[in-house]
Structure formats: structure tokens, C-alpha cells
Design a protein around this ligand. Structure first.
Ligand code: GUN
Length: 295
């Protein structure tokens, strides 16, 4: 029987496991606080940000909610980031992407205090991750590691294939999988739009992590039996009845081939949100010097 890896359940376990640490920090005078900055009118981004706030409230993390006019000059965003960097009550800063075209995303990421960069996108934090000394693991690949661990999937010695090479998922995922650490020690191949014979690479894999952003591009006939399939894709596609969310994997055809598989929705998505809370608690712990146990 194929195991369906339930991201909602694993994410709930992470949230539950964070509460004691949040309570300890709060009792010691440091309530963890996440600030979000939204500078676009994209309804999906607005939904993501409001879900992040709801998640924080549920576990006792304080929030700041800053919305900037997408037409505002870039300097306004830089000033906002500077203020949040200087604010001792704020431990994590998340600037929601995408940003308007007139704002240089890389300049924004460089400006965030690396100690508050709970996305893990600042060049210093990217470098630390690659060097095996991560401060904040980016939320989605970190969540994938937690899902694999929860499903008792051994990465050590496994052949892992990551499909996609984004800075947010593919590259950090591959880096985590090759680390000499728990959840790593995998022999890792990164595939992308220019990969020759993707199917051959997929068929040789023990673990496939699909993060290409292409709806249902991986079908069951491309996989060997007993592959573990983690689907990072969240794609909205039009249907006769309206629209629906699908992953990068065609779930129905892949499921019979897989040893274990994540659904979309309800797989990786909830884990990304949970690991943002995790990083915020870690940031507050580091800033306050109050050690807490992280799940
Ligand atoms: N937009 C889509 N995904 C993300 C993310 O993980 N972090 C931020 N800051 N923006 C996003």
C-alpha cells in the first residue's frame, strides 16, 4: 500500500512542538514576533500572508502586518526593512515575493538583517547553508526534510532527484540533501528545463522531489516502483467546474508506483508555513539567549 504522507498532520505536530518554547520565551520576556511586508496586489500573496498571521496567532507568536503601495518608491520598502531591523521586538522579517518590477529583489534580501531573515534568503544565510552551518534553513526544503523524517524515509545513501533549480526550493533542497547530517547524505541529482532524458534520471531515483512549477509534469510511467515522491508544486489550473490546485506530479498515476507520496494540497504546503514559525522561534531564541527545544 502506498503511504500518503499527511503534511497537515506533520505540520500540526511541529506547531504543537513549538508551543512550549514560545511559552518559555514569552515568560522570559521575549514574545517571538514575525513581521510581514506585502508590496503587491496579488490575491494569492495576500492569502499566503494572512495564513501566516493566523498560524502565528494560533501558537502565540506576535505579528506585525505591513502593507505598502505597490506603486511606492523602492526607498519606502528599504526604510521599512531598516526600521524592522532596528526594532528589538521583531525577531523575523518576511518580505513577501514577488515584488513590483521597479524594486530590486536582491537588494531587498541583502538589506534584511541576516539574524532576522526567517526565509533564509539573505546571501550570508545561503552561504552558511551551503557550508553546512545553516542559521535558517529555507522553509520549504526544511519542511520536506521533516516530512521525509516523519515518513521514516532514509536519505543516507539514497539516490535523490530534485526537479527544479529555484533559489527558494531546488537549490537549497539539493544542498540539504548532500549535507553530512541527518536528512542528508543522499546522492543528489538536480534536474531542470535543460536536462537531457529526465525520465532516465527519475527512474533511477529512490526519492523524487518535484519543484519545477509545471502542473502534473511527472507521471507514473516516469517512475520506478517504490519511489518516494514529494510534490512541492502548487499550481492553479482551470477545469470545467472552475479551477483546482494540482502539483508538479500527476497524483493519480504516480500513486500506484510510489512507496510514499505527498498530496496537493495537504502535503508540502502546510510544512512551509510551519517551518516559518520554527525559524521565527529560533530567531527569538538566538536573540534573547533563552535556549528552547525545537521540534
Ligand atoms: N513568495 C512565494 N513563496 C515565498 C516565500 O517562501 N517567501 C517569501 N518571502 N515570499 C514568497
Amino acid at each position: 500500500m502506498t503511504e500518503i504522507i499527511d503534511g497537515n498532520e506533520v505540520a500540526q505536530g511541529i506547531r504543537d512542538g513549538l508551543v512550549a518554547g514560545i511559552d518559555d520565551l514569552t515568560a522570559a520576556g521575549t514574545t517571538p514576533c514575525l513581521a510581514t511586508v506585502l508590496m503587491n496586489n496579488d490575491p494569492a500573496s495576500q492569502t499566503y500572508v494572512s495564513m501566516k498571521h493566523k498560524d502565528c496567532e494560533e501558537v502565540g507568536i506576535a505579528t506585525r502586518d505591513i502593507e505598502l503601495d505597490p506603486e511606492a518608491p523602492a526607498a519606502e520598502l528599504f526604510d521599512t526593512v531598516d526600521e524592522l531591523n532596528a526594532d528589538p521586538e521583531v525577531h523575523g522579517i518576511l518580505v513577501q515575493m514577488p515584488l513590483p518590477d521597479h524594486v530590486d529583489e536582491r537588494e531587498v534580501l541583502r538589506r534584511i538583517d541576516p539574524a532576522k531573515d526567517v526565509d533564509g534568503f539573505h546571501p550570508e544565510n545561503v552561504g552558511r547553508l551551503v557550508a553546512g552551518n545553516a542559521r535558517f534553513k529555507p522553509c520549504t526544503p526544511h519542511g520536506v526534510q521533516k516530512l521525509l523524517a516523519a515518513a521514516d524515509v532514509e536519505t543516507e545513501g539514497a539516490d535523490a532527484v530534485v526537479v527544479g533549480r529555484s533559489n527558494i526550493v531546488g537549490k537549497p533542497m539539493a544542498n540539504l540533501l548532500i549535507q553530512k547530517a541527518d536528512g542528508g547524505n543522499a546522492t543528489t541529482t538536480v534536474c531542470h528545463s535543460r536536462t537531457d532524458d529526465l525520465e532516465a534520471k527519475l527512474r533511477a531515483a529512490d526519492i523524487v522531489i518535484a519543484a519545477a512549477g509545471v502542473p502534473e509534469m511527472i507521471t507514473g510511467d516516469m517512475l520506478s516502483a517504490d519511489t518516494v515522491v514529494i510534490d512541492v508544486g502548487i499550481n492553479r489550473v482551470e477545469t470545467d467546474e472552475g479551477s483546482e490546485l494540482v502539483g508538479d506530479v500527476d497524483f493519480e498515476s504516480a500513486k500506484p508506483k510510489a512507496k510514499a507520496i505527498t498530496p496537493v494540497p495537504g502535503g508540502v504546503g502546510p510544512m512551509t508555513r510551519a517551518m516559518l514559525l520554527w525559524n521565527t522561534v529560533k530567531a527569538a531564541s538566538a536573540e534573547s539567549g533563552v535556549d528552547v527545544r525545537l521540534p
